[in-house]
Design a protein around this ligand. Structure first.
Ligand SMILES: Cc1cc2nc3c(=O)[nH]c(=O)nc-3n(C[C@H](O)[C@H](O)[C@H](O)COP(=O)(O)OP(=O)(O)OC[C@H]3O[C@@H](n4cnc5c(N)ncnc54)[C@H](O)[C@@H]3O)c2cc1C
Length: 414
Protein backbone atom coordinates (compact mmCIF):
# COMPACT_ATOMS: atom_id res chain seq x y z
CA UNK A 1 0.00 0.00 0.00
CA UNK A 2 1.43 3.41 -0.94
CA UNK A 3 1.39 6.42 1.35
CA UNK A 4 -1.34 8.06 -0.77
CA UNK A 5 -3.86 5.44 0.30
CA UNK A 6 -3.85 6.48 3.96
CA UNK A 7 -6.78 8.67 4.96
CA UNK A 8 -8.37 10.00 8.14
CA UNK A 9 -11.86 8.81 7.19
CA UNK A 10 -13.01 6.21 4.63
CA UNK A 11 -16.70 6.11 3.69
CA UNK A 12 -18.18 2.98 2.14
CA UNK A 13 -21.10 3.79 -0.15
CA UNK A 14 -21.77 7.05 -2.02
CA UNK A 15 -25.54 7.26 -1.67
CA UNK A 16 -27.22 10.14 0.20
CA UNK A 17 -25.87 8.86 3.57
CA UNK A 18 -22.28 8.29 2.43
CA UNK A 19 -22.03 11.57 0.50
CA UNK A 20 -23.44 13.50 3.43
CA UNK A 21 -21.02 11.77 5.87
CA UNK A 22 -17.95 12.41 3.69
CA UNK A 23 -18.90 16.05 3.15
CA UNK A 24 -19.50 16.60 6.89
CA UNK A 25 -16.14 15.13 7.86
CA UNK A 26 -14.51 17.69 5.51
CA UNK A 27 -16.70 20.73 5.96
CA UNK A 28 -16.09 22.28 9.37
CA UNK A 29 -16.92 25.84 10.11
CA UNK A 30 -14.96 26.37 13.32
CA UNK A 31 -11.77 28.38 12.67
CA UNK A 32 -9.58 26.04 14.71
CA UNK A 33 -10.80 22.86 13.04
CA UNK A 34 -8.62 20.86 10.69
CA UNK A 35 -10.77 18.86 8.28
CA UNK A 36 -10.24 15.15 7.81
CA UNK A 37 -8.73 13.76 4.63
CA UNK A 38 -11.63 11.67 3.40
CA UNK A 39 -12.27 9.09 0.68
CA UNK A 40 -15.48 7.55 -0.69
CA UNK A 41 -15.79 4.05 -2.19
CA UNK A 42 -18.63 2.89 -4.45
CA UNK A 43 -18.58 0.77 -7.63
CA UNK A 44 -21.71 2.60 -8.88
CA UNK A 45 -21.99 6.26 -9.83
CA UNK A 46 -22.54 8.50 -6.78
CA UNK A 47 -26.11 9.08 -5.57
CA UNK A 48 -27.19 5.57 -4.56
CA UNK A 49 -30.93 5.00 -4.88
CA UNK A 50 -31.46 8.73 -5.40
CA UNK A 51 -30.36 8.10 -9.00
CA UNK A 52 -33.28 5.77 -9.57
CA UNK A 53 -36.27 7.80 -8.45
CA UNK A 54 -37.57 11.22 -9.32
CA UNK A 55 -38.78 12.55 -5.96
CA UNK A 56 -36.48 12.25 -2.98
CA UNK A 57 -36.67 14.98 -0.33
CA UNK A 58 -40.31 15.63 0.23
CA UNK A 59 -42.54 17.35 2.73
CA UNK A 60 -46.10 18.52 2.34
CA UNK A 61 -44.78 21.77 0.86
CA UNK A 62 -41.40 20.92 -0.70
CA UNK A 63 -39.96 18.56 -3.30
CA UNK A 64 -36.30 18.10 -4.15
CA UNK A 65 -35.82 15.58 -6.93
CA UNK A 66 -33.17 12.84 -6.80
CA UNK A 67 -31.20 14.48 -9.60
CA UNK A 68 -31.23 17.89 -7.88
CA UNK A 69 -30.09 16.30 -4.64
CA UNK A 70 -27.21 14.42 -6.30
CA UNK A 71 -26.16 17.48 -8.28
CA UNK A 72 -25.74 19.48 -5.06
CA UNK A 73 -24.01 16.70 -3.12
CA UNK A 74 -21.67 16.04 -6.05
CA UNK A 75 -20.80 19.73 -6.31
CA UNK A 76 -19.83 19.74 -2.63
CA UNK A 77 -17.85 16.52 -2.99
CA UNK A 78 -15.84 18.02 -5.86
CA UNK A 79 -15.33 21.39 -4.13
CA UNK A 80 -14.10 19.66 -0.99
CA UNK A 81 -11.64 17.42 -2.89
CA UNK A 82 -13.15 14.12 -1.79
CA UNK A 83 -11.93 11.35 -4.12
CA UNK A 84 -14.36 8.59 -5.15
CA UNK A 85 -12.82 5.15 -5.67
CA UNK A 86 -14.83 2.91 -7.99
CA UNK A 87 -14.61 -0.27 -5.91
CA UNK A 88 -16.90 -2.57 -3.98
CA UNK A 89 -15.50 -2.93 -0.47
CA UNK A 90 -15.75 -6.57 0.60
CA UNK A 91 -13.89 -6.66 3.89
CA UNK A 92 -12.78 -4.35 6.69
CA UNK A 93 -10.04 -5.27 9.18
CA UNK A 94 -8.93 -3.25 12.20
CA UNK A 95 -5.12 -3.41 12.38
CA UNK A 96 -2.91 -1.14 14.49
CA UNK A 97 -5.65 1.41 15.20
CA UNK A 98 -6.62 1.77 11.53
CA UNK A 99 -9.41 0.33 9.40
CA UNK A 100 -8.06 -1.45 6.30
CA UNK A 101 -10.44 -1.82 3.34
CA UNK A 102 -10.21 -4.78 0.94
CA UNK A 103 -11.75 -5.68 -2.41
CA UNK A 104 -11.08 -8.96 -4.25
CA UNK A 105 -8.38 -9.76 -1.67
CA UNK A 106 -6.49 -6.53 -2.45
CA UNK A 107 -6.07 -3.74 0.05
CA UNK A 108 -7.60 -0.49 -1.24
CA UNK A 109 -6.74 1.98 1.51
CA UNK A 110 -6.70 2.46 5.26
CA UNK A 111 -8.20 5.11 7.53
CA UNK A 112 -8.31 6.04 11.19
CA UNK A 113 -12.13 5.92 11.08
CA UNK A 114 -14.57 4.25 8.68
CA UNK A 115 -18.22 5.02 7.99
CA UNK A 116 -20.47 2.28 6.63
CA UNK A 117 -23.16 3.66 4.31
CA UNK A 118 -23.82 0.80 1.84
CA UNK A 119 -27.61 1.05 1.94
CA UNK A 120 -29.47 -2.24 1.66
CA UNK A 121 -27.39 -3.64 -1.19
CA UNK A 122 -24.57 -2.80 -3.55
CA UNK A 123 -25.61 -1.04 -6.77
CA UNK A 124 -24.00 -1.34 -10.17
CA UNK A 125 -25.26 0.21 -13.43
CA UNK A 126 -29.04 0.00 -12.70
CA UNK A 127 -29.43 3.72 -13.50
CA UNK A 128 -28.52 3.06 -17.18
CA UNK A 129 -31.56 0.78 -17.60
CA UNK A 130 -34.05 2.33 -15.19
CA UNK A 131 -37.39 2.55 -17.04
CA UNK A 132 -35.69 0.85 -20.02
CA UNK A 133 -36.83 -2.63 -19.11
CA UNK A 134 -35.76 -2.36 -15.44
CA UNK A 135 -37.79 -1.18 -12.47
CA UNK A 136 -37.87 -1.56 -8.69
CA UNK A 137 -40.57 -2.16 -6.15
CA UNK A 138 -41.66 0.83 -4.12
CA UNK A 139 -44.79 2.17 -2.41
CA UNK A 140 -45.63 -1.18 -0.78
CA UNK A 141 -47.18 -4.42 -2.04
CA UNK A 142 -50.52 -2.84 -3.04
CA UNK A 143 -48.74 -0.90 -5.73
CA UNK A 144 -46.87 -3.85 -7.25
CA UNK A 145 -49.53 -5.04 -9.76
CA UNK A 146 -49.55 -1.54 -11.25
CA UNK A 147 -45.73 -1.44 -11.40
CA UNK A 148 -45.57 -4.87 -13.02
CA UNK A 149 -48.24 -3.96 -15.59
CA UNK A 150 -46.23 -0.86 -16.50
CA UNK A 151 -43.03 -2.93 -16.84
CA UNK A 152 -44.58 -5.71 -18.92
CA UNK A 153 -46.86 -3.49 -21.04
CA UNK A 154 -48.55 -5.54 -23.79
CA UNK A 155 -45.74 -8.12 -24.04
CA UNK A 156 -47.39 -11.48 -24.72
CA UNK A 157 -44.20 -13.36 -23.90
CA UNK A 158 -40.68 -12.71 -22.64
CA UNK A 159 -38.25 -13.40 -19.83
CA UNK A 160 -38.60 -11.47 -16.59
CA UNK A 161 -35.76 -11.63 -14.05
CA UNK A 162 -36.77 -10.90 -10.46
CA UNK A 163 -33.82 -9.85 -8.32
CA UNK A 164 -34.44 -10.46 -4.62
CA UNK A 165 -33.74 -12.80 -1.77
CA UNK A 166 -35.61 -15.42 0.27
CA UNK A 167 -38.19 -12.76 1.26
CA UNK A 168 -39.23 -12.51 -2.40
CA UNK A 169 -41.64 -15.39 -1.65
CA UNK A 170 -43.95 -12.56 -0.51
CA UNK A 171 -44.26 -11.47 -4.14
CA UNK A 172 -45.32 -14.89 -5.48
CA UNK A 173 -49.11 -14.37 -5.34
CA UNK A 174 -48.80 -11.23 -7.46
CA UNK A 175 -46.37 -12.89 -9.88
CA UNK A 176 -48.83 -15.74 -10.56
CA UNK A 177 -50.84 -13.45 -12.86
CA UNK A 178 -47.66 -12.65 -14.80
CA UNK A 179 -46.81 -16.31 -15.37
CA UNK A 180 -50.31 -16.85 -16.79
CA UNK A 181 -49.43 -14.36 -19.53
CA UNK A 182 -46.70 -16.59 -20.91
CA UNK A 183 -43.97 -14.53 -19.31
CA UNK A 184 -41.12 -16.74 -18.08
CA UNK A 185 -40.08 -16.01 -14.50
CA UNK A 186 -36.41 -16.24 -13.54
CA UNK A 187 -35.43 -15.59 -9.92
CA UNK A 188 -31.97 -14.38 -8.96
CA UNK A 189 -31.82 -14.76 -5.18
CA UNK A 190 -29.05 -13.13 -3.14
CA UNK A 191 -28.59 -16.24 -0.98
CA UNK A 192 -26.21 -19.20 -0.77
CA UNK A 193 -27.43 -22.16 -2.88
CA UNK A 194 -30.41 -23.78 -1.12
CA UNK A 195 -32.51 -26.37 -2.96
CA UNK A 196 -35.32 -26.25 -0.37
CA UNK A 197 -35.65 -22.51 -0.86
CA UNK A 198 -35.48 -23.00 -4.64
CA UNK A 199 -38.48 -25.32 -4.52
CA UNK A 200 -40.66 -22.53 -3.12
CA UNK A 201 -40.29 -20.55 -6.35
CA UNK A 202 -42.00 -21.71 -9.52
CA UNK A 203 -39.60 -20.92 -12.36
CA UNK A 204 -35.89 -20.88 -13.02
CA UNK A 205 -33.95 -20.06 -9.82
CA UNK A 206 -30.34 -18.81 -9.60
CA UNK A 207 -28.45 -18.14 -6.38
CA UNK A 208 -26.09 -15.18 -6.46
CA UNK A 209 -26.12 -11.48 -7.05
CA UNK A 210 -25.96 -9.01 -9.89
CA UNK A 211 -22.55 -7.98 -11.19
CA UNK A 212 -23.98 -5.74 -13.92
CA UNK A 213 -26.81 -5.32 -16.41
CA UNK A 214 -26.17 -5.63 -20.14
CA UNK A 215 -27.98 -4.37 -23.24
CA UNK A 216 -27.83 -1.69 -25.90
CA UNK A 217 -31.12 0.24 -25.89
CA UNK A 218 -32.87 -1.76 -23.18
CA UNK A 219 -31.81 -4.37 -20.65
CA UNK A 220 -31.04 -7.68 -22.42
CA UNK A 221 -29.20 -9.72 -19.79
CA UNK A 222 -28.07 -9.86 -16.21
CA UNK A 223 -24.48 -10.83 -15.43
CA UNK A 224 -24.61 -12.68 -12.12
CA UNK A 225 -21.95 -13.96 -9.74
CA UNK A 226 -22.37 -16.71 -7.16
CA UNK A 227 -20.80 -17.22 -3.73
CA UNK A 228 -17.80 -19.00 -5.27
CA UNK A 229 -17.14 -16.04 -7.54
CA UNK A 230 -18.32 -17.88 -10.70
CA UNK A 231 -20.07 -15.64 -13.21
CA UNK A 232 -23.08 -16.43 -15.43
CA UNK A 233 -25.24 -14.60 -17.96
CA UNK A 234 -29.04 -14.66 -17.68
CA UNK A 235 -30.72 -13.42 -20.85
CA UNK A 236 -33.93 -11.49 -20.29
CA UNK A 237 -36.30 -8.81 -21.57
CA UNK A 238 -37.22 -7.24 -18.24
CA UNK A 239 -35.86 -6.91 -14.69
CA UNK A 240 -37.82 -6.28 -11.51
CA UNK A 241 -35.70 -5.56 -8.38
CA UNK A 242 -37.61 -6.50 -5.23
CA UNK A 243 -36.48 -3.80 -2.80
CA UNK A 244 -39.17 -4.80 -0.35
CA UNK A 245 -37.27 -8.05 0.17
CA UNK A 246 -34.03 -6.16 0.87
CA UNK A 247 -35.84 -3.83 3.29
CA UNK A 248 -36.75 -6.93 5.30
CA UNK A 249 -33.36 -8.60 4.88
CA UNK A 250 -30.51 -6.36 3.67
CA UNK A 251 -27.78 -7.93 1.55
CA UNK A 252 -24.85 -7.59 3.93
CA UNK A 253 -21.87 -8.32 1.73
CA UNK A 254 -19.11 -6.65 3.78
CA UNK A 255 -17.17 -8.93 6.13
CA UNK A 256 -16.36 -7.30 9.48
CA UNK A 257 -15.42 -9.45 12.49
CA UNK A 258 -17.50 -8.76 15.58
CA UNK A 259 -19.88 -6.14 14.10
CA UNK A 260 -23.21 -6.23 15.96
CA UNK A 261 -26.38 -6.29 13.83
CA UNK A 262 -30.04 -6.65 14.73
CA UNK A 263 -32.14 -9.73 14.00
CA UNK A 264 -32.83 -8.59 10.43
CA UNK A 265 -29.23 -7.78 9.55
CA UNK A 266 -29.23 -4.00 10.02
CA UNK A 267 -26.16 -2.51 11.74
CA UNK A 268 -26.74 -1.39 15.33
CA UNK A 269 -25.61 2.16 16.11
CA UNK A 270 -25.86 4.44 19.15
CA UNK A 271 -27.01 8.07 19.21
CA UNK A 272 -23.66 9.21 17.77
CA UNK A 273 -23.90 6.82 14.84
CA UNK A 274 -21.15 4.63 16.37
CA UNK A 275 -21.17 0.85 16.00
CA UNK A 276 -19.83 -1.47 18.72
CA UNK A 277 -16.34 -1.39 17.11
CA UNK A 278 -13.75 1.40 17.65
CA UNK A 279 -13.71 4.13 15.00
CA UNK A 280 -16.46 2.43 12.97
CA UNK A 281 -19.68 4.33 12.29
CA UNK A 282 -22.79 3.62 10.18
CA UNK A 283 -25.52 5.71 8.59
CA UNK A 284 -28.56 5.51 6.33
CA UNK A 285 -30.52 2.46 5.17
CA UNK A 286 -27.84 0.02 6.41
CA UNK A 287 -28.69 1.10 9.96
CA UNK A 288 -32.36 0.19 9.66
CA UNK A 289 -35.69 1.96 9.63
CA UNK A 290 -36.87 4.23 8.08
CA UNK A 291 -35.68 4.05 4.48
CA UNK A 292 -35.81 7.69 3.41
CA UNK A 293 -33.42 10.25 1.99
CA UNK A 294 -33.97 12.78 4.77
CA UNK A 295 -32.92 10.25 7.42
CA UNK A 296 -29.96 9.07 5.31
CA UNK A 297 -28.69 12.65 4.95
CA UNK A 298 -29.02 13.49 8.64
CA UNK A 299 -27.52 10.20 9.84
CA UNK A 300 -24.68 10.73 7.36
CA UNK A 301 -23.95 14.16 8.86
CA UNK A 302 -24.07 12.67 12.37
CA UNK A 303 -21.64 9.87 11.50
CA UNK A 304 -19.39 12.39 9.69
CA UNK A 305 -19.13 14.57 12.81
CA UNK A 306 -18.60 11.59 15.08
CA UNK A 307 -15.83 10.23 12.86
CA UNK A 308 -14.25 13.69 12.87
CA UNK A 309 -14.31 13.86 16.66
CA UNK A 310 -12.85 10.36 16.91
CA UNK A 311 -10.01 11.16 14.49
CA UNK A 312 -9.23 14.51 16.12
CA UNK A 313 -9.00 12.90 19.56
CA UNK A 314 -6.79 10.14 18.15
CA UNK A 315 -4.45 12.53 16.32
CA UNK A 316 -4.12 15.37 18.81
CA UNK A 317 -5.25 13.83 22.08
CA UNK A 318 -7.77 16.66 22.47
CA UNK A 319 -11.52 17.11 22.20
CA UNK A 320 -12.42 18.37 18.72
CA UNK A 321 -13.37 22.05 18.60
CA UNK A 322 -16.89 21.64 17.25
CA UNK A 323 -18.44 24.54 19.12
CA UNK A 324 -21.96 25.30 17.77
CA UNK A 325 -22.38 21.63 16.86
CA UNK A 326 -21.19 20.07 20.10
CA UNK A 327 -20.00 22.39 22.84
CA UNK A 328 -17.41 20.53 24.89
CA UNK A 329 -17.77 22.51 28.12
CA UNK A 330 -14.18 23.77 27.96
CA UNK A 331 -13.51 27.06 29.83
CA UNK A 332 -11.76 29.67 27.70
CA UNK A 333 -8.09 30.06 28.64
CA UNK A 334 -7.29 33.73 29.39
CA UNK A 335 -3.61 33.19 28.42
CA UNK A 336 -4.24 31.75 24.99
CA UNK A 337 -2.97 33.98 22.22
CA UNK A 338 -4.72 32.76 19.10
CA UNK A 339 -8.25 34.05 19.69
CA UNK A 340 -9.37 36.15 16.71
CA UNK A 341 -9.39 39.90 17.30
CA UNK A 342 -12.65 41.65 17.99
CA UNK A 343 -13.08 43.47 14.70
CA UNK A 344 -16.44 44.51 13.34
CA UNK A 345 -17.01 42.34 10.26
CA UNK A 346 -17.93 45.36 8.15
CA UNK A 347 -14.39 46.72 8.78
CA UNK A 348 -12.63 43.65 7.39
CA UNK A 349 -11.65 44.27 3.81
CA UNK A 350 -11.00 41.13 1.78
CA UNK A 351 -9.32 41.60 -1.59
CA UNK A 352 -9.63 39.37 -4.62
CA UNK A 353 -6.78 38.42 -6.98
CA UNK A 354 -7.39 41.42 -9.33
CA UNK A 355 -7.10 43.96 -6.53
CA UNK A 356 -3.85 42.61 -5.13
CA UNK A 357 -0.41 43.86 -6.24
CA UNK A 358 1.94 40.98 -6.84
CA UNK A 359 4.63 42.33 -4.51
CA UNK A 360 2.27 41.59 -1.60
CA UNK A 361 4.06 44.37 0.29
CA UNK A 362 1.05 46.18 1.68
CA UNK A 363 -0.98 43.25 2.86
CA UNK A 364 -1.39 40.92 5.74
CA UNK A 365 -1.95 37.33 4.68
CA UNK A 366 -3.80 34.81 6.80
CA UNK A 367 -4.04 31.12 6.15
CA UNK A 368 -7.28 29.35 6.99
CA UNK A 369 -5.46 26.02 7.12
CA UNK A 370 -8.60 24.21 8.08
CA UNK A 371 -10.89 25.16 5.24
CA UNK A 372 -9.50 23.23 2.34
CA UNK A 373 -6.66 20.89 3.17
CA UNK A 374 -5.91 18.79 6.19
CA UNK A 375 -2.46 18.66 7.73
CA UNK A 376 -2.04 15.13 6.40
CA UNK A 377 -2.83 16.31 2.86
CA UNK A 378 -0.39 19.21 3.14
CA UNK A 379 2.31 16.67 3.82
CA UNK A 380 1.30 14.59 0.83
CA UNK A 381 0.40 15.19 -2.75
CA UNK A 382 -0.99 18.68 -2.65
CA UNK A 383 1.47 20.27 -5.04
CA UNK A 384 -0.45 23.57 -5.21
CA UNK A 385 -0.16 24.05 -1.47
CA UNK A 386 3.46 22.88 -1.43
CA UNK A 387 4.23 25.46 -4.13
CA UNK A 388 2.77 28.19 -1.92
CA UNK A 389 4.97 27.09 0.98
CA UNK A 390 8.06 27.05 -1.29
CA UNK A 391 7.18 30.50 -2.67
CA UNK A 392 6.97 31.81 0.90
CA UNK A 393 10.27 30.12 1.67
CA UNK A 394 11.98 31.77 -1.33
CA UNK A 395 10.70 35.14 -0.12
CA UNK A 396 11.99 34.35 3.36
CA UNK A 397 8.45 34.80 4.62
CA UNK A 398 8.66 31.51 6.49
CA UNK A 399 11.50 29.54 8.00
CA UNK A 400 11.76 25.78 7.89
CA UNK A 401 14.10 23.94 10.21
CA UNK A 402 14.85 20.29 10.77
CA UNK A 403 13.08 18.88 13.79
CA UNK A 404 13.89 16.06 16.18
CA UNK A 405 11.35 13.21 16.18
CA UNK A 406 10.24 14.00 19.76
CA UNK A 407 9.63 17.68 18.86
CA UNK A 408 7.70 16.57 15.75
CA UNK A 409 5.60 14.34 17.93
CA UNK A 410 4.92 17.22 20.33
CA UNK A 411 4.00 19.57 17.45
CA UNK A 412 1.67 16.96 15.95
CA UNK A 413 -0.25 16.83 19.20
CA UNK A 414 -0.77 20.60 19.41
C1 LIG B 1 -37.77 2.46 -5.27
C2 LIG B 1 -37.45 3.37 -4.16
C3 LIG B 1 -38.00 4.63 -4.10
C4 LIG B 1 -37.71 5.51 -3.06
N1 LIG B 1 -38.29 6.76 -3.02
C5 LIG B 1 -37.99 7.62 -2.00
C6 LIG B 1 -38.55 8.93 -1.94
O1 LIG B 1 -39.31 9.35 -2.81
N2 LIG B 1 -38.20 9.72 -0.88
C7 LIG B 1 -37.34 9.29 0.09
O2 LIG B 1 -37.02 10.03 1.03
N3 LIG B 1 -36.78 8.06 0.02
C8 LIG B 1 -37.10 7.21 -0.97
N4 LIG B 1 -36.54 5.95 -1.01
C9 LIG B 1 -35.58 5.57 0.03
C10 LIG B 1 -34.24 6.22 -0.24
O3 LIG B 1 -33.88 6.01 -1.59
C11 LIG B 1 -33.17 5.61 0.66
O4 LIG B 1 -33.61 5.69 2.01
C12 LIG B 1 -31.84 6.36 0.55
O5 LIG B 1 -31.37 6.35 -0.79
C13 LIG B 1 -30.83 5.68 1.46
O6 LIG B 1 -29.59 6.24 1.28
P1 LIG B 1 -28.28 5.40 1.61
O7 LIG B 1 -27.14 6.27 1.22
O8 LIG B 1 -28.37 4.87 2.99
O9 LIG B 1 -28.34 4.10 0.67
P2 LIG B 1 -28.36 3.96 -0.96
O10 LIG B 1 -29.08 5.08 -1.59
O11 LIG B 1 -28.83 2.60 -1.18
O12 LIG B 1 -26.82 4.08 -1.32
C14 LIG B 1 -25.90 3.11 -0.90
C15 LIG B 1 -24.69 3.16 -1.81
O13 LIG B 1 -23.69 2.29 -1.24
C16 LIG B 1 -23.07 1.54 -2.28
N5 LIG B 1 -22.54 0.27 -1.74
C17 LIG B 1 -23.22 -0.78 -1.25
N6 LIG B 1 -22.38 -1.75 -0.86
C18 LIG B 1 -21.14 -1.28 -1.10
C19 LIG B 1 -19.83 -1.84 -0.91
N7 LIG B 1 -19.67 -3.06 -0.38
N8 LIG B 1 -18.76 -1.12 -1.29
C20 LIG B 1 -18.91 0.13 -1.81
N9 LIG B 1 -20.13 0.70 -2.03
C21 LIG B 1 -21.22 0.01 -1.67
C22 LIG B 1 -24.22 1.28 -3.27
O14 LIG B 1 -23.71 0.95 -4.55
C23 LIG B 1 -24.98 2.62 -3.22
O15 LIG B 1 -24.52 3.54 -4.18
C24 LIG B 1 -36.83 5.08 -2.05
C25 LIG B 1 -36.26 3.81 -2.11
C26 LIG B 1 -36.57 2.95 -3.15
C27 LIG B 1 -35.96 1.60 -3.20
Amino acid sequence: MTKETRYDVAVIGAGPAGLSAAIRARWLKSYRSVPCSTVLCDPAKPGGLARLRSTMLTGPSFHLSGSELIEKLEQDRTDLNIPLLSVEVQELRFIEERWHLYSDGQQICSARAAILAPGMRCLTNEAEYFNRGLTLTYNGYDYFPQLLSKLIGDAASGRLVIVGNEKTVNLLPILKAVAERNIELIFLLDEPPDSELGKRFSGEVHFGRVRRYLGTERVEAVEAVNDEGDGSRINCDMVFIDYNAFEIKPAAAIEIDGLVKDGRGFIEVNREGATNLPGLFAAGDCAGLYAMALKALSEGALAGFSAYRYVFQQKFGLAAPLFAYAANGEELDPNRLDYPELVATDKIEVLDRNQVEKTFEKYSISFPVGDCFSVEELQRDNTATQEIVFALLDKKAVTIQPQEEKERDFARRL
